[in-house]
Design a protein around this ligand. Structure first.
Ligand code: XIL
Length: 311
């Protein structure tokens, strides 16, 4: 595909996007994925609430569909995500003893990562585990197990799928400050104690006109020595959308793409949606709109041109 072929020609592994049950049968989306992108992440289908809604009862319908879609079209698959405080069923959040939670995490990762063994390029093993102030998020995982839950998750994932690249993934790593500093410090602790971590993912849910240190922070993540991936890129616009903001968005997409190209450890970029019509931004940030490369009618935006020209 076009963006994917161009980024590969620059030595990167993929330009990716998301797919899920809401778009997998929409030809306008899948045609664009087929021609432009070389990797997919399931938007929701591999999350805990989808895969293990009750203890020991696993559902893989939508996750299998995404994995089969990817493998039958030669697309890389990014697994998302094994341990996350959100979209987490209540039966997990209510656990309060170490032995039970250790068993539950182990069984979840063994079963989910095991099912897709050999089919996943990279797993987001842990997602959003730090707060913006740099402290650990007070999730059930941290409350019950402390920092050890991170090591447990990575070690279990490595054993379940030895060839998948294992990532720590988070958001708001795009600005200097305690969150990115403590993320780097945590990665260095994990590496020092031999925990199997291969990559750091920066989600990059960005706001138009507000990306000043993006390149610097990407290089700070690369200073860990790990692979780096931009995993959930979108650049939303404060309403009302106008021509000046769309022009800024074009530049901002170019900035992100160029940052990956100039960071040797950056393996690829995943955009969190194809068309503005299907973006999570509509529901989550009601004062923002139009974060993606194709508009509501699947026409390419200037953001596409900015991306394409940067490659
Ligand atoms: C979002 C999905 O896009 C939505 O469909 C869902 O309702 C909520 O989750 N960080 C992540 C992603 O790691 O999994 C989130 O995806 C967006 C923020």
């Amino acid at each position: 595909g076009a963006l994917d072929a161009k980024i590969k020609a620059k030595g990167k592994k993929y330009y990716g996007n998301i797919i899920d049950s809401n778009t997998i049968n929409t030809a306008q989306v899948t045609n664009i994925l087929n021609t432009e992108f070389g990797a997919v992440t399931p938007e929701n289908a591999m999350k805990w609430d989808a895969t293990e809604p009750n203890r020991g009862q696993f559902n893989f319908g939508n996750a299998d569909s995404v994995a089969n879609w990817a493998s039958s079209r030669g697309k890389l698959l990014r697994g998302h995500t094994l341990v996350w405080h959100s979209q987490l069923p209540g039966w997990v959040s209510n656990i309060n003893d170490k032995n039970t939670l250790t068993q539950v995490i182990t069984n979840h990762i063994n079963t989910v990562a095991g099912r897709f063994k050999g089919k996943v390029y990279a797993w987001d093993v842990v997602n959003e585990i730090l707060e913006d102030n740099g402290n650990f998020r007070n999730s059930v995982f941290y409350r019950v197990l402390g920092e050890d839950f991170v090591d447990l998750a990575f070690r279990t994932a490595r054993a379940a799928d030895p060839n998948a690249k294992l990532y720590l993934n988070d958001y708001n790593l795009d600005y200097n400050g305690p969150k990115i500093n403590n993320t780097v410090a945590l990665i260095n602790r994990l590496k020092a104690r031999g925990t199997p971590i291969d990559g750091v993912g920066t989600q990059a849910h960005l706001i138009v006109g507000n990306l000043a240190p993006f390149d610097e922070t990407l290089k700070l993540l690369a200073s860990t020595g790990l692979d780096v991936a931009i995993t959930e890129l979108d650049i939303r616009i404060a309403k009302p959308v106008d021509a000046a903001k769309l022009a800024q968005q074009q530049m901002d997409y170019a900035t992100v793409t160029t940052s990956c190209l100039t960071t040797p450890q950056c393996v690829g970029i995943t955009i969190w949606g194809v068309s503005d019509r299907n973006s999570w931004v509509d529901g989550t940030f009601p004062n923002y709109d139009a974060p993606l490369l194709w508009d509501d009618n699947f026409n390419k935006k200037s953001a596409y041109t900015g991306t394409d020209n940067a490659l």
